[in-house]
Design a protein around this ligand. Sequence first.
Ligand code: SAM
Length: 226
Amino acid sequence: KLSKRLSSVADFVPENARLLDVGSDHAYLPINLVSSGKITFAIAGEVVEGPFNSACENVAQSNLTDKIRVRLANGLAAFEPSDKIDTITISGMGGHLIADILANGIEKLDKVSTLILQANNGEYYLRKWLIKHNFKISAEKILSENEKIYEILVVHHGNASELTEDELNFGPFLLKEKNDVFQKKWQSEEKAVSKILENLPETAEQKRQEFSAKLAKIKEILNVSA
Ligand code: SAM
């Protein structure tokens, strides 16, 4: 059974998608999607040998070697046009790394219609990168599991409408909804930023201003009812 985080990623994968899972590690996500019959073809890409071997073993044990290719490759180098990949999942990494992986093969993304990106951090940077490169965020989800909070972005090609700083930071959809998990995430950010501010010396004026502004913004977002 998949973790809540990975099953939320799986929920966004379209039926019958031809999937590349970048950084698949154990390959749980493609194995689950193919086993359930939601999709019939996937590539599990891994750049590190240990996880690559574990992906190979798990796919073999599930008797899915005819439907899931496991490839030792860096990022988007794991697929070729003949694979007809239309959906890419990248999960469990930082937003910067996810953006770098996409940037390193950006010309290959023309034929890929859906990206499902679960960043552990750096969401602001990732959203900014996506908008700059003419991708459109179509849906977002925030969830908590084992005291950790995760965000998932569902992305398509599209006319990039500018996002405001608040939307880049908090997520255009998450900001509209402001659900309980969102409140929890930003309440804990509020605490963290307050703590940093408390410990900054009076002389670090610029930093103090930066964090005060951050704190004020978080308070504003949390206090205004959705
Ligand atoms: N995607 C799985 C998940 O969400 O549970 C595994 C996440 S694991 C923390 C990140 C994996 O990405 C590692 O196995 C790492 O080797 C792999 N990885 C990191 N950079 C990569 C890249 N450029 N190309 C392919 N895999 C990469």
